[in-house]
Design a protein around this ligand. Structure first.
Ligand code: FPP
Length: 247
């Protein structure tokens, strides 16, 4: 070996082995803004723009499903002005997305409870879901007023009702059947979960669906999570050996 260190080959994404479904927990908007002396709501505005940027990148590289945790059932506990800013940003996002989905052949879905949401946002959600139902490009699932335990509870209630109504027999209940009662019915489970913002927990997100997903946690705050960070997470995913309980 000479005096020069052997240069490490830069790692790059293998675009032939991409995760089919990526899920992201948006986190760190508030801290990003505070560190810059701005109100937390300014962080949400930048975070929402960033989601658009990352979603575009995912679509461009060929990701099939992108699921984002935008507002949890627990987020109502935040101050009123913060909740109303997030709701307005979501409304703005949906209005602009309606155009985008047509142009890019995207499918937009909302996972979560409609209870407690304004009539206006519910109308926008219904319209954009209907408008994009038959699109064949990337499917974007926005988890809004979403809580995984609530999703599972709702599925159990519906199954119990269908059993009482003799539509199904208790012995017919299978994992696939439970899947079909969740908001995520028809969507394959995420291959990769990314959580920016430094926390290493699931915060009531997709508890059933993430059973065998690979998880990548990063300290980067969501507004500064760019395309290169996404590449890094995918590279990390591609190094993992998924065994699904086997050897
Ligand atoms: C987490 O950061 C972010 C949220 C709870 C809200 C995110 C929602 C939006 C940006 C609205 C638009 C969404 C889409 C998908 C277009 P945090 O407030 O928990 O940050 P912190 O941990 O630093 O306090």
């Amino acid at each position: 070996m000479g005096i020069f260190k052997k240069k490490q080959a830069a790692e790059s994404v293998d675009f032939t082995a991409l995760p089919e479904h990526i899920a992201i927990i948006l986190d760190g908007n508030g801290r990003w803004a505070k560190r810059r002396g701005m109100p937390r709501t300014a962080g949400h505005a930048v975070g929402s723009e960033n989601f658009r940027k990352i979603a575009t990148y995912c679509n461009d590289i060929g990701i099939k499903y992108l699921t984002v945790y935008a507002f949890s059932t627990e987020n109502w506990k935040r101050p009123d002005d913060e909740v109303s800013t997030i709701m307005s940003l979501l409304e703005k996002y949906i209005i602009e997305a309606i155009d985008e989905v047509r142009k890019k052949n995207l499918r937009l879905c909302f996972w979560g409870s409609r209870a407690g949401l304004s009539e206006h946002i519910k109308k926008l959600m219904d319209e954009s879901e209907k408008e994009s139902r038959d699109m064949t490009g990337m499917q974007v699932n926005v988890c809004l007023n979403y809580g995984s335990r609530n999703e599972i509870k709702e599925a159990v209630s519906k199954i119990a009702r269908d059993v009482s109504a003799d539509k199904i027999k208790p012995e017919e209940i299978s994992e696939d059947m439970i899947d079909s009662y969740l908001y995520s019915a028809g969507t394959p489970a995420p291959d990769l979960l990314i959580r920016p913002g430094g926390e290493k927990r699931l915060s009531n997100f997709l508890l059933w669906q993430l059973a065998y997903s690979e998880m990548v946690f990063t300290d980067k705050l969501w507004p500064e999570f760019d395309e290169r960070e996404l590449d890094r997470a995918i590279i990390e995913f591609q190094k993992r050996n998924r065994r699904y309980g086997g050897i």
